[in-house]
Write a protein that binds this ligand. Structure first.
Ligand code: GDP
Ligand code: IMO
Ligand code: MG
Length: 502
């Protein structure tokens, strides 16, 4: 069975799949693909802000919280939602209901009793903050992630196990809500009411006109969730430690991407968990030292970003960023408006739209158009310092029609003097490795190397030797200039549209 993976997994017991960019690189596809090899599949970071897509024979599944190994449950694989995950029981139950409807089992799924709980107040705080122009918009997914981790570190969070103990849940909930009610009373009441009545907050069932939150309604609903999930709630950290000692095959599923890590990413335009491989290990309760192989996914030869923040190689620049940030732009609108045109459009805005359409780059969680740009090697060189040099390149089929491919080799800084420790960035400073600081990154301009495209569909290719020479030239360039070991190529969303290099 190991043949499917070539020599890649020889001597590997714990494998981590993470992303080296701003997310949405194909983690779902690869976790599903490696789940066949694994005994246990575990997620350890993020929450329902993630959207991981799996395609099998043309049928698509999107998971937000449930690990992407779940389709292997009936084969005896154990899927784990670890303690580092921001766990939203409502979304988990909805995902399980979809699986049930599809006739898929989830009998072996385990949920950490220590995972922190996303509650209605987290969704409210996230959305109210995003609508306040003074606090600086991040472009979050609105899934309550930031406020959840704030509560965790503020020591007022509730955990999954609290769903099983009514009195403790009620006591902790009231303590958690006290400060938020005071804060929300200072906010625009119309915005608060609108948010409380949002469909993600069950159209207002938790809304109380004076107290903001109807505490009893929250208690009733969440204890019901606890009853539904009871059999799955367990000490997953202990289970993971024991499994490592028993030499079980473990697959760790990252969420988001290194550049979105709260610790190592392009702060402040990041999510609120550490999505590096170290954050992932911690989030499932094992040591990073136990990971034998980390594969960092890199979308190529373009990349994407959702939400605010600097994007030096963005195709179409600020005009594209603003367009993608508009609330009225959805996939359908764009596809109708831009039926004509190609990925080779001379107008960069239009070229960006067509690359987005070719790659189907619309958010798996929010449906937002993803901003697109050329592959940025200074950012990649930075990301692999944390996640290691072994990479999977995905989406390689998307640019098959491009006449010209641009790869960003270095950055040139063109902003006001800015000190980073003893180093000063002044206009004209060049960077080989990016500094993930938005104050610098937003003044960085890409210096490109340009390549002729291969202009041939490569989607059906399963053998490396059958790939066009022009394509291989770009691949060699990336491997050499970024210092990565390319282990796998992905030329389509399906499991079998994959080329193993060894
Ligand atoms: P994730 O968040 O990293 O799991 O990625 P998403 O699921 O958000 O987005 C990746 C999208 O690309 C999904 O729609 C996948 O089905 C699709 N995909 C994955 N790999 C490839 C590939 O090599 N080529 C193409 N065309 N699509 C891919
Ligand atoms: P997957 O796992 C892409 C982005 C949001 C926003 C920022 C903060 O599918 O790769 P948050 O809701 O987390 O507070 O939003 O992070 N973001 C993602 N972008 N893929 C994701 O997950 C993301 N999860 C969060 O768009 O810019
Ligand atoms: Mg995604």
């Amino acid at each position: 069975m190991n043949n499917r993976y070539g020599k890649l997994l020889n001597n590997v017991l714990t494998l981590a799949i993470v992303c080296n960019q701003w997310g949405d690189t194909g983690k779902g596809k690869f976790v599903d693909l490696f789940a066949e090899w694994a005994d246990i599949i575990a997620r350890g970071t993020g929450g329902a802000n993630a959207g991981h897509t799996i395609r099998i024979n043309g049928k698509e599944y999107i998971f937000h919280l449930v690990p992407s190994g779940i389709l292997w449950d009936s084969d005896g694989k154990i899927n784990i939602i670890g303690s580092g995950v921001a766990f939203d029981p409502k979304i988990a139950i909805e995902e399980l209901a979809i699986l049930k409807k599809e006739g898929k089992s989830y009998d072996k799924l385990q949920i950490s009793l220590n995972a922190h709980l996303v509650l209605p107040q987290h969704l409210v705080m996230d959305r109210v903050k995003e609508s306040d122009s003074d606090t600086g918009k991040i472009g979050t997914t609105g899934r309550g992630i930031g406020p959840l981790y704030v509560d965790h570190y503020d020591r007022i969070g509730l955990v999954v196990n609290d769903l099983l103990n009514k009195d403790i849940f009620a006591k902790k909930l009231k303590r958690n809500l006290a400060g938020k009610i005071k804060q929300l009373h200072l906010s625009d009441p119309n915005i608060v009411e609108k948010v409380m009545r949002h469909e993600h907050l069950e159209n207002g069932i938790f809304y109380h006109p004076n107290e903001v939150f109807d505490v009893d309604a929250i208690i009733e609903r969440y204890l019901k969730y606890g009853k539904e999930l009871r059999e799955m709630i367990s000490d997953t950290e202990e289970f993971m430690r024991t499994s490592v000692n028993k030499n079980q095959k473990i697959l760790l599923e990252g969420a988001q991407g290194l550049l979105l890590s709260v610790d190592y990413g392009t702060y402040p335009y990041v999510t609120s968990s550490d999505c590096s491989v170290s954050g992932l290990a911690k989030g499932v309760g094992i040591s990073e030292k136990n990971i034998d192989l980390t594969l960092g996914i890199v979308k190529a030869f373009y990349m994407t970003r959702v939400g605010e923040g600097a994007f030096p190689t963005e195709i179409g620049g600020e005009e594209s960023a603003e367009w993608c940030g508009r609330k009225d732009i959805a996939e359908e609108v764009e596809k109708i408006k831009f039926q004509q045109g190609t990925v080779n459009s001379k107008d960069e805005f239009s070229q960006g739209v067509h690359i987005r359409m070719a790659g189907n780059e619309y958010g798996a969680t929010t449906g937002r158009p993803r901003r697109v740009g050329w592959l940025d090697l200074p950012l990649l060189r930075y990301a692999i310092k944390h996640n290691g040099p072994d990479v999977i390149l995905t989406k390689l089929d998307v640019l098959s029609e491009c006449e010209t491919i641009k790869i960003c080799l270095t950055h040139r800084y063109e902003g006001p003097n800015y000190s980073i420790g003893f180093k000063t960035f002044n206009t004209g400073s060049a960077s080989w490795i990016a500094t993930p600081n938005d104050e610098i990154l937003r003044h960085c301009f890409p210096i490109y190397q340009t390549f002729p495209g291969w202009e041939r569909d490569i989607r059906g290719v399963t053998d490396f030797s059958c790939l066009p020479k022009k394509f291989k030239n770009i691949l060699d360039y990336i491997a050499k200039k970024a210092g990565v070991n390319v282990k796998i190529l992905s030329v389509g969303p399906d499991r079998n549209e994959t080329i193993f290099m060894d």
